[in-house]
Design a binder for this molecule. Structure first.
Ligand SMILES: Cc1cc2nc3c(=O)[nH]c(=O)nc-3n(C[C@H](O)[C@H](O)[C@H](O)COP(=O)(O)OP(=O)(O)OC[C@H]3O[C@@H](n4cnc5c(N)ncnc54)[C@H](O)[C@@H]3O)c2cc1C
Length: 429
């Protein structure tokens, strides 16, 4: 027990949003000493409400790359988060449970070469294989069979085990960080694991879309939350109001759609990604590549992530498509996915011979005025209100630090793990 006053206080905690920030917050709250040693006279409840009918991690948190880096930003969150990721992986067997591992990460520059198939639309609609010819008949096969000239590869900076990019396409490769400074998780598995581990300690998962956060205007305190219960059977959503003393808004790009924080400067950028399954005979070594590919007179920069189960994930640039009301209604532009696959295939015969398994899109929460994410107590809006959003491209990396800090604010009334004053919600007052 860290604080006897915290232990004696009852809390009805509601988290809005079942992405990585909300689910990790549920986990850290459920592991806080005040929660585990609560007394029957001062009970503590934790509920997480998620708008998707399909469960947690249906937004950016389930569709991100999953890079965890000591060189990410903002430093004040990374410094807590990286060490927490290591700890979580050790404690819960993250290696098997959510694909935790250290990876090499590098910047790759070169030119792409379009095969005839990719030029005419590799990765078209549906789940068909990217290339339907057998390997034996495929021109790219010759490329795979070429004897390796390691000396030539080394001159371009290519590591000896990075064999899944074409040497002839490569201008240069350079590592972006020292070994041990970059790791990865499978973001969907990490997020859903955080939720299950929180549920094991008594956190309740509710499927519904929050429409209102209630506040007593005399005391300024949070009093409850209203949500539309997802009811797939009847089709007619039911409005439910529950009481709350503490509300944590972790609704990602959707935060401004919640009235009480509608003025938050959060904007949404849509980004597409694909996952590719190479041929079973191909081993994809653990690298994450930030590419700069010159292709047909243009430059494209997909990010490519090898994953432990030999899956490869790649994402492309963002666009300004409008944010739908619900995460389940995010539209996927098949052409954007097709382009990503075409681009990564143009530098890797191993990927061009693979099968595209997922074509997906999601919305990144961005602080439109710049600066880091918004993390902290928003007592200038309501007592008992906390905000955790705007993590841009580093939300997977920075979720544990964010969640730990929110759990300290709720139960201890102050941040014990670091100094986050630059991220405080009151900077937008
Ligand atoms: C292509 C791409 C690649 C990325 N790669 C990386 C990476 O390698 N490393 C990294 O650190 N980060 C990465 N990111 C960033 C990361 O994905 C995000 O920062 C992070 O997922 C944001 O998490 P979140 O929980 O805030 O938001 P979300 O994952 O969007 O979750 C918010 C949840 O809130 C729910 N919600 C919204 N409104 C309501 C409501 N009214 N009631 C109830 N629920 C509601 C939504 O349904 C959603 O499930 C990437 C992002 C993209 C787009």
């Amino acid at each position: 027990m860290t604080s006897s006053t915290a232990a004696n206080k009852s809390h009805e905690i509601v988290i809005i949003g079942g992405g990585i920030i909300g689910c990790s917050t549920a986990y850290y709250l459920s592991r806080h000493p005040s929660f585990s040693s609560q007394s029957t006279s001062s009970p503590i409840t934790i509920k997480l409400i998620e708008a998707s009918k399909q469960g947690p991690a249906q937004g950016a948190s389930g569709k991100a790359g999953g890079l965890i880096a000591k060189w990410a930003y903002p430093k004040e969150l990374v410094n807590i988060s990286f060490a927490e990721h290591v700890k979580l992986a050790e404690e819960h067997n993250g290696k098997d449970r959510w694909g935790w591992r250290f990876v090499d990460c590098g910047s790759w520059e070169g030119k792409g070469v379009l095969s005839q198939e990719s030029g005419t639309g590799v990765g078209k609609e549906g789940n068909r294989k990217s290339l339907e010819k057998t390997l034996g008949l495929n021109g790219d096969h010759e490329e795979l069979e070429k004897p390796l000239d390691l000396a030539k590869r080394r001159r371009k900076g290519l590591p000896d085990d990075l064999l899944w990019v074409d040497e002839e396409s490569t201008y240069s490769y350079s590592p972006m960080a020292p070994k041990g400074h970059t790791a990865q998780v499978h973001p969907y598995l990490f997020t859903t694991s955080m939720m299950s581990l929180a549920q094991e300690k008594g956190v309740e998962f509710i499927s519904g879309r929050v429409t209102n956060v209630l506040q007593d205007h005399t005391s300024g305190k949070i009093t409850g939350v209203t949500y539309l219960e997802s009811n797939p059977d009847s089709g007619a959503p039911k409005e439910v109001t529950i009481s709350a003393t503490d509300v944590i808004i972790a609704a990602g790009a959707w935060c401004p759609s919640i009235d009480i924080v509608s003025s938050l400067p959060i904007s949404a950028t849509r980004a597409h990604s694909v996952t590719v399954r190479p041929q079973p005979s191909v081993t994809i070594s653990p690298y994450v590549l930030f590419t700069e590919i010159s292709l047909s007179g243009a430059n494209v920069s997909p990010e490519i992530y090898a994953r432990p189960d030999n899956e490869v994930y790649a994402c492309g640039p963002g666009d300004d498509s409008a944010l739908p009301d619900n995460v389940d209604d995010v539209l996927v532009d098949q052409k954007a996915c097709e382009s990503i696959y075409k681009h990564i295939s143009s530098i890797s015969p191993q990927l061009s011979n693979g099968t595209v398994e997922k074509r997906q899109a999601c919305f990144l929460p961005i602080v439109s005025t710049g600066g880091g994410p918004i993390v902290g107590a928003a007592s200038h809006i309501a007592k008992g209100l906390y905000i955790a959003t705007g993590h841009t491209c580093w939300g997977i990396c920075n979720a544990p630090g964010t969640a730990k800090i929110i759990s300290e604010l709720v139960f201890d009334g102050k941040i014990r793990s670091g100094n986050l004053k630059n991220l405080h919600p009151s900077r937008f007052e």
